[in-house]
Design a protein around this ligand. Structure first.
Ligand SMILES: [Fe+2]
Length: 196
């Protein structure tokens, strides 16, 4: 960690503000089924804002879901406009990966997911019945970058995997089913990845 980053972390700790309540909120914008506007970046909780009649944004602050959200979520949560559910994945590189479900503005379910390699993991997708994690072949390799190689490497040995939750069941480790493809691949574009 750079000196500047470690100093920023110390300041944040001293301030008493949670790590998930600091961030740049600069990756994507979401409009929740209950009418909230979120500016999102995977390093923090969603940052809520509103627009006045002239379309000028006004900051409302990090949305911790009435105190139930204590960590970051990805920049691409999925909104089910039919039943109002919000589903998301999140991570703290490289050690933590998780998924959650938000109902009526509160985090109601959360599960830790074992993810052996720090991968791209930028997005996921939902269908009417399933929530699907994507574990592709891109690996985050800062140890290689300092040797002059790339920060992200495509690992031919890591086959594309989909982690599937049946949405009619609770989000638990036992209810996560992995399906592995025959090939190493990463999903970076449409149809599943959000664009911004
Ligand atoms: Fe994105």
């Amino acid at each position: 960690m750079s000196l500047r980053k470690s100093q920023a972390k110390k300041k944040q700790k001293l301030s008493g503000v949670g790590e998930h309540e600091t961030g740049t909120a600069n990756t994507a914008v979401g409009y929740t089924p209950d009418g909230k506007l979120w500016a999102l970046n995977e390093s923090s909780a969603p940052f809520q804002f509103k627009l006045d009649e002239a379309g000028v944004p006004e900051s409302l602050g990090f949305d911790t879901l009435q105190g139930t959200l204590k960590e970051s979520i990805s920049a691409h949560p999925k909104f089910d406009q039919k039943n109002g559910d919000i589903l998301f994945h999140g991570r703290k590189m490289p050690e933590k990966f998780y998924a959650g479900k938000i109902v009526n503005g509160k985090l109601v379910e959360r599960v830790d997911i074992d993810m052996p390699v720090a991968g791209f993991h930028h997005d996921m997708f939902i269908t009417e019945n399933y929530m699907v994690m994507i574990d592709g072949a891109m690996s985050f390799t800062p140890q290689e970058a300092i040797k002059g190689k790339q920060l992200w490497m495509f690992d031919q040995a890591r086959k594309l995997r989909f982690g599937i939750f049946d949405r009619s069941k609770e989000l638990t480790k036992a209810n996560l089913q992995w399906i592995e493809a025959d090939v190493a691949a990463e999903l970076l574009g449409k149809p599943w990845m959000a664009s911004h």
